[in-house]
Design a protein around this ligand. Structure first.
Ligand SMILES: [Zn+2]
Length: 182
């Protein structure tokens, strides 16, 4: 089926291009632009004039869509990577883990050096005492990191939306090209 509908573009002497199918191989066709008769090459010679898009021409919109998909994915992925690189810092120190499961999750998510310093500060801690200057500084830093991470997740989400919109534009571009062959 796909082979039978395959389209080839023959150059006419008037510089127009005439669309023929494999079924017309070895026959003759008429140029729509200048009405001249054109010899259609035999099937094995016709392959040189094959077109990738059997139906119609590619409209520029699909190119724009693909560009948006690439740009959107790039933004989404890089923002997500940045955000997730900040989250473990915030997750370890702020808010403080309250259950064993949370502590284990935070410890396994953090680099070994962070785990070591965290255990050292925990060992010095008692349940009811004011936070030390270092802990307050860490909390402020972690809160800041969490805010930046949230912002990055937002940017990542926007990138994802742009990528999806680009995919939709690319898809509609293809269907427009298929519906109106030139
Ligand atoms: Zn012509």
């Amino acid at each position: 089926m796909a082979t039978a509908e395959r389209t080839f573009l023959l150059p006419c002497t008037c510089s127009a291009r005439v669309s023929v199918t494999a079924g017309q191989a070895g026959g003759r066709t008429v140029c729509a632009a200048c009405s001249r008769e054109i010899d259609v090459p035999r099937l094995r010679d016709l392959a040189a004039y094959a077109v990738d898009q059997p139906r119609g021409t590619v409209v520029p919109r699909s190119g724009l869509g693909r560009g948006l998909v690439v740009a959107g994915c790039a933004v989404a992925i890089s923002a997500a990577v940045l955000a997730s690189s900040l989250v473990p810092i915030g997750g370890l120190f702020f808010p403080q883990p309250t259950t064993v499961t949370e502590i284990r999750a935070a410890v396994s998510a953090a680099p070994p050096t962070d785990v070591h310093s965290a255990w050292q500060s925990m060992a010095r801690s008692s349940v009811a005492r004011p936070a030390t200057q270092e802990e307050l500084r860490l909390q402020q830093f972690a809160a800041h990191a969490a805010g930046v991470a949230n912002l990055l997740w937002g940017i990542s989400g926007i990138g994802l939306v742009v990528a999806v919109a680009g995919a939709a534009i690319a898809a509609s571009g293809r269907s427009v090209g298929g519906g109106a062959p030139q």
